[in-house]
Every structure is written in structure tokens, then in C-alpha cells.
Design a protein around this ligand. Sequence first.
Ligand code: MOS
Length: 709
Amino acid sequence: MENTTSEKVPAGLSRIDGRMKVTGGAKYSAEYQVAGVTYGVLVGSTITSGSIKALDTKKAESAPGVLSVITYLNAPKIPGYQTDKPSPKGPFKIFYDNKIYFNGQPVALVIADTFERALFAASLVKATYNVATFQTNLKSNLSSGVSPRNGKDYVKGSEDAYKTAPVKVEQEYSIPTEVHNPMELGATIARWDAADKLTIYTKTQGVKSAQRSIAQAFNLQPDNVHVTAPFVGGAFGSALRTWPHEIAAALAAQVVKKPVKLVLSRADMFTSIGYRPQAWQKISLGATADGKLVGITHEATAQTSAYEDFTEGVVNISQLMYACPNVNTKYRIVSLNVNTPTPMRGPGEATGAFALESAMDELAYALNIDPIELRMRNYADTDPQTGKPYSSKFLNDAYKLGADAIGWSKRNPKPGMVMENGWLAGYGMAAGMFGAYRGSATVVARLLADGTLHIETAVTDIGPGTGTAMTTIASEVMGISSDKINFKLGDSNMPPSPTQGGSSVTATVGSAVSDACNQLKEKLKELNGNSESASSGYAQILQQHNLPQLEVTVTSKGGPELGKYAMYSWSVHFIKVLVNPATGVVKIDKGLSVADAGKIVSPKTARSQMIGGSIMGAGMALMEEAVIDHRYGRLVNNNFADYHVPVQADIPQIEALFVNKPDPYLNPMGSKGMGEIATIGVAAAVANAVFNATGKRVRDLPITPDKLV
Ligand code: MOS
């Protein structure tokens, strides 16, 4: 396989935990050796809607090694479940009653002394059901979409103004359900250390949020719940919330009075932890003949579960991306007999950008204007939704940087014209955006008399390289070399930090690290008779004052500037595809993503994150689709053989470039988030490239060969 990327790897710190991760030194939740641990295996419902009539657990209970079989009939009451508001809609309550809302819903948990014995006994649990009718098909239930609670339709200017424009594009787009499918399975080990004290090793994007929700469920003091997750093997949003299986592990440990390990199976990963919901969209664009947008109308309908409303900003991007006097959006959700969706990388925007950025490409062809030129003619200089100035926006630089690097000017704008070695070749581009956030984080920073710096905070790292970025920031502020810095994370006993999500961690935690390092420098200066010291002198200053260490605890959050500006990160994705005219197979031949993500803090991990996001977008565009057989309401491809994610052979050279201009307002580093914009827009860029190659517009993801022949 062609691989010329290595020479382009930028300077900067290599992943500080890379060696541990590739040599097995990094421990993931399921890998902790906990004395006396027992094993839980879930039994899922084989029906899709109705109720449990009877549960026969006798055989399972008497199987070798089995300690308990927990069902709604014998499960101890979970305090948090009882005190919930009496709303009919809310998070799924495991082993709460006999109601069945979706296929695969846990109906029993078998605990045994070994995993194999638990797995075997789980096969012996027999449930009988009262079967009710069910709906799992979004497409046939679009008309039952409802506006989510308090959800007002958005109207700026006049509604459906596109109708008055001389040039119009009106098209429908759809995406299937996509499942995060991180490498690491959901896994929890729960151990009660006392009647009111719990230790949890669990796969989570937030040890503090997990601590809070588990404490709430079991009515414990948060400090009495110790949550550990120093390594997370990918998550993409799937571990943002605490899921029922995590509660079940703690419940089971209470029942058997031993630690319980519960690892989801790959099939469970499709029904126990959420997914990007299937969505139907319609985009209507109206423009003048010279390509100025007159009106944008964006309608979206997405699925949610029968027991809980899940909403996300599918239509937001149409309110935010372009300068257009008239914009209206509608968002609806349809309750189906499925488990609740959850955010997945670029939540909402990735779905919306596929539709909007495909439609913009269609408009470019209708107007015979270059797609980048069309976007530049509708470039927003202030936030179209609020009128606020941007804290920073260098999307125009990103277009130019990317167009030059990919050779956009050489693209043949006429579809279906270019052959390369018997394959149709085409180029496409699309843009993405996502809010640039900053929350609150507390870090403790300790400079020891040996000159080493130790920083701790309870953030998690789901893979982007948080420790590497934080070490880089500390190294730059303090002037201490990175090998003398030890950054620790992933433990609820550490100072509070946010959940890793929403592309906000570098901005949030990095600010706290930066502030803490500056405070340390101030203290060192005071000790040094108010004169600055070179970093080589830090140890000496401590030794002179007989100080074993210098420690600061700093909480950092943004000020009023956060409300004054519209803060967004931006991306542009360029894709070259090759399409086989006989088989319809689409190969991505080249990818290039350009980000305006402010100043790049950690160049190597940033590049890796952008490339990873692009690969995820390629999966969304070409292969990922969770398929339900609507006769039974059951997933048919809940495994890695049938649910395809991109592998090495699917992905050629993909490159990432950065505008790398600091945002003056979001945080001291000048950085903006990057995790979401890496994926948002990629699927449209692929679809647009496929159109350029073939003249066929695929508006239904994924773009499988059958849609092209
Ligand atoms: Mo992300 S969907 O905020 O983990």
C-alpha cells in the first residue's frame, strides 16, 4: 500500500502513552486484576416490544459455578430509580419491571465464578413474553415525528424563502444508524469496599460524571464512589453517559457480595450503549444566478427510543454555516422500539453537514459555479444566528490551503469525464463546523525538588492524546523538558475535570494546566527574590528554601469574553475517489482535511486526530450501517464481520493541514477544539467526489456499489 505520509509528520511530542498502548502496558477497564472477581453475562430479550410473561432461571441457577441470576423479579431496588421524576420518559432502568422496549434489552444477568460458566448459564435462561406490535422502521414512520420538548422551529427572515429564488435545489438525504464500535468494549468491574463504598473500574469518558451518576443511582456520597479509567480504548461518544450495564455490575456485586466484572459483547455494543440515530433530511436551497443564497430550509427527522427522547443539533449547521437572509429549520423525532441513541463524533452536525454540504454541491452544479467559490460567495463574517463577531474564523484560509494542496484547480468540474486506469476519478469537497467550547477544570501541579513536574486532574483520554497535549502545554509554559513532566488523569479522586466530549478538553484542561504552571512560575519568582529563574534553576530554588515541593491547585474557566463572541472551529475536507464503472466499488484515493482549530497545541496528535476523524467519515460515507430486519425488529449485522468499519486496505494517504492561527479569546493557548470537525463534512465530501467521478448523486448513505451500478 502506498504510504508516503511519514515524511509529513510534524514536529512535536510523540504520544506519551503510545509505547504503553502498543505494548500492553496500558490497562483498560476489563484488565484489572481484582481479587475474588466474578463474571456477569447479560441475557437479552428476543422480542422487540411487549412484556415478560415468565422467566425460568432454575437451570441457570443450578449450572456449575453460578452465584446468582438477577432479573426484575429478584433485583434489589435501585434507590436512584425510585426517586426519579415520575416521567414516562427517561433513561432505561435495568431490571426494573417486565416491560420490553427493544430487541436485546437485558432481561437477566448471570453471575458465575468464571466468564465461560456465566456465558453457558446465560444460555439456559428462558423467558416467555407477551408480544406486542412494534415499530423499528424510521422510513415508514416519518409522519409520526414530533417536535421534541420545547423544541420550537427556527425561523430567520421568512419561511421557505428558497421558493422565490431563481435557482433552487430541493433534495432528500438519509443516513442509516451508525454504531461507534470503538475497539474497547464497554466494561465495568464493580467492588463494594463497604456497605456505602464502591470502587468502579469502568470504560467512561468522564470519571467525575460517572461518579455522580453511580452515586445517585445507589444513593451514596459521591466521594464514596471511586471511579477509575486511566485508559480508554476509543469511545467517540459511546461512553459519555453512564449506561445500565454499569449500574447492573454494581448491583450484581451487591447481590453476590463479591466483585463483579461485566464486559459487553460486541453484539451488546449495538444495543447497550447508543448509536448515531438514523435520520431523514430535506434541504431546500434557493440562490440568485450569481450564487448568493436567498433561502435555506432544512427539515430533519431522526429516531429515538420508545422510552426516552434523544435529540441533537442535526439542523443547527444550516442556521450557522452561511450568510443567508432567510433560514428556517424543523427537527422531529420518532419513537421506535430501539434503544436510545447517543452522541457520536460530530453529534448532529455530522448528520446535518452530510445533507447541507451535499446540497451546496448540487447548487454549485446547478449554478455552474465552483463549489469553493459558491461557499466563498456566502461566507459568513459574523455569526448568522446571533450576529455576534467570531472569536476567530479562518475558514477562508482553510479553503485556500486545501485547494492548493490537493490541486483543486486541476479538477474537471464536469462529472464522469476522468478515467484513471479503468476507474472513474473525481474530486469533492465539503466544509464542517462545531462549537468551540471551554468549561471548568481544576488541576494540581507539583514541582519537586528534583526538578520534575507532576500534574493531576480527573479528565479522561479516549484517544486524542490528552496527556501529550497537556505535557506539551506544561513544558512550554514552564520551560521544563517533557520527559521531566508526569501528567496523570482518569481517576475520580483527582481534582475535578470535565468529561471528555464536545471537542472541549484541550481548551478546558489545557487552560488549567497553563494557569497552574504560570502560578508555579510566580511562586518560584517570589522565592527567588522576585527575579525570574531559568527552568534549570527551579530545583535549586526549592533546595535553597528546603522545600521538598511546590504545589498549586488551580481552577480555570473562561470569563465574560466567552459570551461576547461566537466561537467555532472549522474544517474543509477534500476527497479524491476512484469508482469502478463495472462494479460500482468506490475507493478513496486521497483525503485531505484542513482545520481552523486555532493554534495547534500538539501537532502530532492533532494530525492523528484529524486523520482518524476523516477515516470515520469515510466509514460513514461508504460502509457503516446498522441494519434491522423490520419483520423481527432485530439487528442482523451486530458484529464486525457484517458491520463494516474502514480497515487499513480501505484507507489510502490521508493528510491533515492546519491554518494554525491562534484564537485570541477562547483560552490562553489560542486553541480551539478539533475532535468533531475532523468528521463533520467528510461524508458529503465523499458523496460530492462520487458525483464528480460518475455523475451519480447518492443521497442515501452509505454509498454502496449497488447504488452506483
Ligand atoms: Mo464526543 S460525541 O463529544 O465523545
